[in-house]
Write a protein that binds this ligand. Structure first.
Ligand SMILES: Cc1cc2nc3c(=O)[nH]c(=O)nc-3n(C[C@H](O)[C@H](O)[C@H](O)COP(=O)(O)OP(=O)(O)OC[C@H]3O[C@@H](n4cnc5c(N)ncnc54)[C@H](O)[C@@H]3O)c2cc1C
Length: 230
């Protein structure tokens, strides 16, 4: 079983940069947004000059007009439970109420367990026991929504997740941090890679790279930790 998240970009606007540029320029121009959009420069570098200045001033509403969607599968319920905490994103996740598991359910093995053959064996046997117990409940007429109570955090899930650029940057800043859980970190990296927007690369980084210091208790060394007063 492949243990890695599968991430596919399924939607992004073609005119992403032009949309953000129009939003930025509208705030500071006597021209109408229609005029700004129509007369937007062909040169991406010119649009970026303004966009970078506006974003770095903290004027973040300008990046809320662009929405992107990803199909994500082969991730654990432990991951999706964290992901759905991001309140400005939208989610449509495979239901454990309506979709019954058949036979051995798919599950994710964390690398720390995967690389130890003895522990991996124990993990696998336990997953098989859970699958058998789940099936016993289903066979006894227990509805899937109740039988699923025995399914573990490791159970694989899939979902479509959509968000605007501001939220994507926020998620990247939090979840690319080496303190974030390995699987959501990997999924977030795959999302950023799938987006394939060079101009966003300086923003789609762990928060320390934007802050210039680490605000976690202990720095991983990527940038120095915060200097505490006193
Ligand atoms: C390393 C790590 C460890 C974590 N550990 C735990 C844990 O042990 N237990 C736990 O429960 N959670 C934990 N979390 C989850 C965390 O507390 C947040 O719920 C989650 O990261 C979503 O972040 P957010 O609220 O900033 O983002 P989003 O929900 O994506 O919101 C984005 C931003 O919008 C604003 N916003 C959104 N909603 C509100 C609101 N209601 N009021 C005011 N402003 C709002 C905030 O500025 C927020 O940063 C952890 C997260 C990380 C990254």
């Amino acid at each position: 079983m492949n243990n890695k998240p599968v991430v596919t970009l399924i939607s992004k606007p073609e005119n992403m940069l032009k949309t953000v540029y129009t939003a930025c320029r509208t705030c500071y121009s006597a021209d109408s947004p229609e005029q700004i959009y129509t007369a937007a420069p062909d040169d991406d570098a010119k649009m970026l000059k303004l966009i970078e200045r506006v974003i770095s001033s903290g004027h973040y509403s300008t990046i809320e007009h662009v929405q992107v969607s990803f199909a994500v599968s082969n991730v654990s319920r432990a991951l999706t439970h964290q992901l759905v905490r991001h309140r400005h994103a939208s989610f449509s996740q495979k239901s454990q109420r309506y979709v019954k598991e058949k036979g051995q359910f798919d599950y994710i093995i964390p690398p720390t367990i995967e690389r130890d053959p003895a522990l991996k064996e124990k993990f696998t046997v336990f997953m098989e026991q859970i699958a058998a117990q789940y099936q016993e409940f289903i066979d006894a007429g227990i509805p899937a929504e109740d039988a699923r109570f025995v399914l573990p955090n490791a159970a694989a899930s899939s979902l479509v997740v959509s968000m605007n650029l501001r939220e994507l940057i926020h998620i990247a800043n939090l979840r690319l941090c080496t303190r974030a859980q390995y699987e959501i970190r990997l999924m977030t990296k795959l999302m950023c890679d799938a987006l394939d927007e060079k101009w966003l690369e300086p923003y789609l980084v762990p928060k320390c790279k934007r802050l210039g210091f680490c605000d976690e208790d202990k720095s991983c060394g990527l940038v120095p930790g915060r200097v505490h007063a006193g």
